[in-house]
Design a protein around this ligand. Structure first.
Ligand code: PMP
Length: 455
């Protein structure tokens, strides 16, 4: 810059950004990348530098950038009719609700909203109201897990189990209890999988008993905790949770905001474990991020339970943009791509392939664990493998910076408790080619090698 005048377009944008834009969950002194275009797995910044989008944006651009059929669907829908409220019906919502049912393989009614947080708020309100007007009015609490993230609005944040995200906004909503996660690498119960009794699942039953089952409306969980650091439960965990919910008359709400629509390597993450949820929430991959949309799928008989002759027994919830016609048309075009290109299967392959390539990293002293759920992958960095002390922030940031300098964007997740944000995450678009996967694998391995080998 000279004489206060920006030297080029990139600098001009950056200075305006600094002046006007408040970024999400970032310190003020961040130097954001300004993304200007995207094609397939690649995004380009204002300086013309290309990056492989290793996190699919925020775990969402599953079909990759620049898809013509999605753009056309949006254009055509905008020209036909862009908006009508969801008190009435419209064609894209009808078709999409049918399609979501097909993907879920069950009988669900679909309530559309804007975001993952919204979808979870809707789930909580439906669960509470269902019990309220069906003879169990004291059931109002929800059990969630530490390390979980369920969204940023007050209810969804109350369900979230990461203290630092909540601290300065408390008090949050009442009636949300948390239990330890099924985190085998750092078992909160000091057990080892194989010889344990799944104390992590039993903790849910204990919480229900301690709270009093007649006060508990639901249990909410992701099939595998993603944002909390790719914490994948043992294979029997979810079935055990389903049984506990059934035994105590508690609804099982599965948050598929990240895991759904193929990220888990199946159509939905709960299908990896063969359980049937009562309520499923979904967002991100529903439109691959091309347009905001989320949905809460509710067991059809729960929907029926709202059809009473009593005044006010309907669900008193509305949002202006939820189920927007254009967003629903975009979702339909996105799901058509996933089906036609068999991208759910590709996601499963991507996860297996990258996990296989990353195994070599376990010989590095700073790599404690490698976990994957479909194509959501976490590499847990530690100070050393014996103490398992979470790697200091500078090591985690160094790996991210090394990846970035080599043209790969990766994430960092874990807990917001200082010092525990030590998991490098990847969630690549499902359209990554074999050569691109090779690039991702080589880049991550080189970036971790650049830490040096002394712990
Ligand atoms: N649930 C989960 C599991 C999520 O990962 C997220 C967002 N990352 C949300 C809910 C909230 O979604 P949104 O940001 O669209 O509100």
């Amino acid at each position: 810059m000279s004489g206060g005048q920006p030297a080029n377009r990139a600098e001009e944008l950056l200075s305006k950004d600094r002046k006007y834009v408040w970024h999400h969950i970032s310190p003020h002194n961040d130097n954001p990348l300004i993304f200007v275009s995207g094609e397939g797995c690649w995004v380009k910044d204002a300086e013309g530098k290309r990056y492989f989008d290793g996190m699919s944006g925020l775990w969402c651009v599953n079909v990759g950038h620049g898809r013509e059929s999605i753009a056309k669907a949006a254009y055509e829908q905008m020209r036909t009719i862009a908006y009508s409220p969801m008190m009435q019906a419209h064609i894209p919502a009808i078709e999409l609700a049918e399609k979501i049912n097909e993907w879920l393989g069950g009988d669900y009614r679909i309530f559309f909203s804007n975001s993952g947080s919204d979808a979870n708020e809707v789930a909580f309100k439906i669960a509470r109201q269902h019990f309220h007007q069906n003879g169990e009015p004291t059931r109002h609490k929800f059990i969630a897990r530490h390390r979980a993230y369920h969204g940023s609005s007050f209810g969804a944040l109350s369900a979230t189990g990461q203290a630092q995200r909540k601290l300065k906004y408390e008090p949050l909503g009442a009636g949300f209890e948390h239990v330890p996660p099924p985190y085998c690498y750092r078992c909160p119960f000091g057990q080892t999988y194989g010889s344990c009794k799944l104390e992590c699942a039993e903790a849910i039953e204990d919480a229900i008993n301690w709270e009093g089952a007649d006060s508990v409306a639901g249990v909410i969980m992701e099939p595998a905790i993603t944002g909390g650091g790719i914490i994948v439960p043992p294979p029997e965990y979810l079935t055990k949770v389903r049984d506990i919910c059934d035994k105590h008359g508690v609804l099982l709400i599965i948050d598929e905001v990240i895991c759904g629509f193929g990220r888990s390597g199946e159509r939905f993450g709960h299908r990896n474990f063969g359980v049937k949820p009562d309520i499923v929430t979904m967002a991100k991959g529903l439109t691959s991020g091309y347009s905001p949309l989320s949905a809460t799928a509710v067991r059809a008989d729960l929907y029926e339970s709202f059809k009473s002759k009593e005044a006010n027994s309907h669900f008193r919830h509305v949002n202006t943009f939820g189920g927007n016609q254009v967003s629903c048309a975009v979702a339909l075009a996105n799901l058509a791509i996933l089906e036609e290109e068999r991208l759910v299967e590709r996601s499963a392959f991507i996860g297996q392939e990258l996990s296989r390539r990353f195994q070599v990293l376990l010989s590095h002293p700073n790599v404690g664990d490698i976990r994957s759920f479909g194509s959501a992958i976490g590499i847990e960095l530690v100070e050393d493998q014996t103490s398992k002390k979470p790697a200091a922030a500078d090591k985690v940031l160094k790996v991210i910076a090394e990846c970035k300098s080599r043209g790969l964007l990766v994430g960092k997740n874990g807990d917001t408790v200082p010092g525990f944000n030590n998991i490098i995450t990847l969630s690549p678009p499902f359209v990554a080619s074999d050569d691109e996967l090779d690039f991702v694998a080589r880049t991550v391995i080189a970036a971790i090698a650049a830490l040096g080998s002394s712990s």
